[in-house]
Every structure is written in C-alpha cells, then in structure tokens.
Write a protein that binds this ligand. Structure first.
Ligand code: TNX
Length: 529
C-alpha cells in the first residue's frame, strides 16, 4: 500500500506542477483501488455497480443541499470529506456548475421510508435522495464506504483520485430499532468517549444508543435535589478508580451529538436492583436506612431499593421526571434485571408503578426481559438478554398483550464477551462469542412463541466491568458490532456469512485509517496491516 501511495503522490506532484493535467482520469485507471458495492456494510437492499465508470471528487467539488432540511447532513458530509482531501468542499444551496454531490429530499422512491435512501453515482455527479434527513444521513454512511479508505484520515493525505465507483443503491432498514448499549456505570466514559462510540455505531446505521447510567458501582447523571448521587454515588467504579458523572448540560451535549447522527439516546436507570451507588449516597433508599459503602467489585444481585418506601417513590419519580425532560426520544429504560434481592411480589408491584411513572412523563417504558413480570402496558419494550431461546410464559403473555421485543441474546450480541479463550479483555459467562456466532441467527424467528411482528429490532450490549478506554470498547466491538448492525438493517435475503466476511474485509482499511483497533477474527481475509 505504501508503494501505491507513493505512486499516487508522485502523480499528484506532477499534476500540481501542471505536467500531467487530467492524467488520472485520462487513463481511466485509478491508482488507488476502487471500492466495490459488494463491500457495503450493512448489506443494502439492492445495489448495482456500473463497470468502468466512476465519479471523481475533485478540488472544486461541492456538496449541494437542495433544501434547508438537507443542509445539516450536507454539512456533516462536507466535514467528513474535508480533512483527508484537503479540499474546501463548500456546501451550496443552488446547483453548482462543477460535478457535485447533491443531497435532496425529493425523488426518493416511497419504499425507502423514513430512514432509507437512494444513491446514484455517475461520472457527472452523485445524487443522494431520501424522504428524511435521517435517510440522507444513512446514505452518507454508504457513500463514505464507497470512497477510498484514506478518506477516513483526519489529516490531508494523497489519497486521490477520490473516486467513487458508479452505480445505484436503494436501501432501507429491516428493523426500526438498531441499538447499541454502553455501560458507563461499571467504568465511567467521558463525553468525548461516548461521542466517539456514537460515531462508531453511526457508521453502521444504528439509530439507538442505550446508556446504562446507573449500577451498583456508580451513578453517572446529576439529578437536581439529590447532590450526593454525584458527590458520593459517582465517586468510584470497578477496581476503585475515580468514577465520574455527567452534569445535565453534559448529558444534553451527548443527546444532541447523537441526534446530529440521527441516533436517539435511551437513558437507563437500573432498578430495583443494581442500586448500591444510589444507596451509598442516600441511606433512606434502603429498608434499614443505612447507607452501604461504595462498591467497586463486579458482583450483581445484592442490592435493592426499599420498594414500598415513600422516600424511594419520591426519589424514583424525581429521577424519571428529570430524565424524561432530558430525553427527546420516546423510551426511558427502567432496567429491572437481576433483582435477586427483591421479592417477586415487590418487584412486580414496584416495576408496574415505575412504568406508570414513565407513562405519566409522556414516555414509553423499556427494560430488561424480567419487566414482563410486571404490568408495563401495551407498547412497552422488553429487551431479551437470556442465553436460551425459550422465553418464559410471562414474557410470551406480555408479548401477546402488546409488549414489544428488542433482542440482545447475551451469547450473540454481548460485545463484552471474549471472542475466544485467548481474548484478554472481556467476560466469558455468555461466551466466548466468535464472529460467526454473533452473526448466524435470525431475529425474526429467534424466540419460539414470539411473533416476528413483535420484534422491534436488535441491540449490541457493551458492559464495562473489564473495559476502561475507547480502545477497549472498539476492540470488542469491531467486528462483532457490525454483525448486529447488519442483522438490524439488512434484508434477511442478504444474510450470508461468507459475503458478510468479505464485506468486513473491505471495511478494515477504513477502520485502520480512522484509528479504530479491531480483532482480526478468523474467517475474514483481513488486509495485511
Ligand atoms: C449481565 S445483562 C448483566 C449486567 C452485566 C453483564 C456482563 C444484564 C441485564 N445484566 O449487569 O454487566 O451481564 O456481561
């Protein structure tokens, strides 16, 4: 590759000197390998590549936003293109004379719906059309995969010609819910870390970030009226580190950043278990009134709110109301997993009440699958994380009564599980999870007794007991995150492990340029690097 780049820069040098004007396009043979439509990940609904034709992004190329509603995505796209190309890439509001990338909210076929797009590339220009800005954004993720991988560099590079192979893509998602979760409680991740992970998941057209904001080891969001939650509850993490929390202003920044990537943040307050951090700050949340010491271990199932106490009700309703006000999306997650320290009857009564609080705040309750032991109302979402595919009778009954399902089977989608026995990071209670295991299942038929119409989508979960940096997250996420993303986006008819592995090989050069470290999973013909 280095040799190729040297050749490119040599040609560019000659071009700059006016010695070889038009050489690259006159020869018709780009020095940098052209991307392929077969490498688009997640696999699109349909794509066809036109042989021997391409669009070249050049120093005078503009992004043309055909309406003001398209302008934010046009700005985002130009921002992706400028660093590596070193070009000005202006965003313009009327049709430019030079070949351009046009983003428009008219002309897309209705079939693309509210998140899909159509992309048409030919030598005279690129047209990306959609019915919504979100659809344009997803189309931009496809377009960036069709550029040479050097486009991912944050510094100007000699990656030209910046060629996009000609062709057409028509694309839209299989599921409305394509989520990734991030546990910022076991180890704290700051705003910049979370924004980086948002960008990682946005590449693969995910649209929900589920933030696990509270657990035994840390409470990570400031709540007005409860200052000790952050003074004491946020003061540690697994292993005894300093922990941390988001002010409400910082949390809004995360929500806004995600929204600029057409991703909705779902806040999770885990209860009635997983609450030691809250109780370490406010002893009246426990039944004996005594605040436990902050906890820095990795155990689960030992803490519970005193579910019938007025102090707990006041606390929980205050927290949920403030979170609802910070949340533009419709879901508020009330956790509900591993509540072994709560009696079954207290659990059912309390979670039924908590779900009603969420409804009263104008939101839809979501939680782990055990919430189906409570009455959470039609349209609530239960996230299935068990390692078996036999849902409980209560789960099936809730689904029959209108509960929706997000599938996050721990032995498939838990990115915190090791890839194999030699993986240093991660847990292995539901694993190890090799790439093929993360990919080889069908969300629509996964749970017998749960009709496909109840399945809202899938989620890739990132628990952070063993993870302390973005590099750790990315190593466990790449490539398995993309398996879950593809299950969420691509039509079942495209599902094919071999083709998926070939798509991954095409992505790896982009990751390398973007500084995303990844596991070289066996089965994929990864580029040498
Ligand atoms: C199970 S999944 C948990 C989490 C852990 C995770 C580790 C779920 C709802 N609960 O508390 O962090 O396993 O893999």
């Amino acid at each position: 590759m280095r040799v190729l780049l040297v050749r490119v820069s040599f040609v560019l040098g000659l071009l700059a000197a006016g010695l070889l004007a038009g050489c690259a396009s006159a020869t018709g043979s780009p020095t940098v390998p052209l991307a392929s439509y077969a490498g688009i990940l997640p696999a699109p609904v349909s794509a066809s590549q036109t042989p021997d034709k391409r669009f070249d992004l050049e120093s005078g190329s503009a992004v043309y936003a055909a309406s003001s509603a398209a302008a934010p995505v046009a700005d985002y796209l130009a921002g992706l293109l400028r660093p590596a190309t070193g070009y000005a890439v202006p965003v313009v509001a009327s049709a430019p004379s030079a070949p351009a990338i046009k983003l428009t909210l008219s002309g897309a076929p209705t079939v693309v719906g509210d998140e899909g797009y159509r992309l048409t590339v030919d030598p005279s220009g690129i047209v990306l059309s959609a019915q919504t800005a979100a659809g344009l954004f997803e189309g931009v993720q496809t377009l960036r995969q069709l550029l040479p991988s050097a486009i991912e560099s944050r510094k100007a590079v000699q990656g030209a010609p910046w060629a996009v192979p000609a062709g057409t893509v028509t694309d839209y998602p299989r599921y409305a819910y394509r989520g990734a979760s991030l546990d910022v409680a076991r180890h704290f991740f700051d705003v910049a870390d979370v924004e980086r992970y948002i960008d990682d998941i946005a590449r693969y057209k995910m649209d929900y970030l589920h933030l696990h904001l509270t657990d035994d080891q840390g409470w990570r969001i400031a709540v007005d009226g409860y200052p000790a939650l952050t003074q004491i509850g946020a003061s540690t993490e697994v292993g005894g580190g300093a922990g941390g929390y988001y002010t409400q202003a910082q949390y809004k920044e995360i929500v806004g950043y995600a929204a600029s990537r057409y991703i909705t943040v779902i806040p999770e307050i885990d209860m009635p278990g997983h609450v030691n951090a809250a109780e370490s700050a406010y002893g009246d949340l426990t039944c004996d009134g005594k605040a436990p010491a902050p906890y820095a271990g990795t155990g689960t199932g030992f803490s519970t709110l005193c579910t019938n106490s007025p102090a707990v009700k006041t606390f929980v309703s205050t927290v949920l109301k403030q979170l609802a006000a910070l949340t533009p999306g419709s879901y508020i997650d009330i956790g509900g997993d591993e509540a072994q320290a709560t009696s079954a009857s207290d659990y059912a009564r309390f979670m039924t009440w908590a779900a009603a609080q969420v409804r009263a705040d104008g939101k839809t309750p979501m939680g782990w699958d055990a919430i189906t032991n409570a009455q959470t109302g039609s349209g609530a979402v239960a996230e299935y994380w068990e390692t078996t595919d036999s849902a409980t009778p209560a789960f099936k009954a809730a689904v029959a009564a209108g509960t929706k399902v997000v599938l996050a089977p721990a032995n498939r989608t838990y990115l915190d599980q090791k890839y194999d026995q030699s993986t240093v990071l991660g847990l292995d209670w539901a694993g190890p999870i090799p790439l093929a295991q993360a990919y080889q299942w069908d969300p629509s038929t996964y749970l017998p007794g749960v009709p496909s119409a109840a399945v809202e989508g899938v989620e890739a979960a990132m628990w952070s007991e063993t993870l302390t940096s973005v590099a750790d997250l990315e190593y466990l996420a790449f490539p398995r995150l993309t398996a879950v993303a593809e299950l969420g986006w691509s039509p079942a008819a495209t599902h094919d492990l071999g083709a998926f592995e070939r798509r991954l090989a095409a992505q790896a050069a982009h990751w390398a340029e973007a500084g995303i470290g990844f596991f070289r999973a066996p089965g994929v013909d990864w580029p040498r690097g």
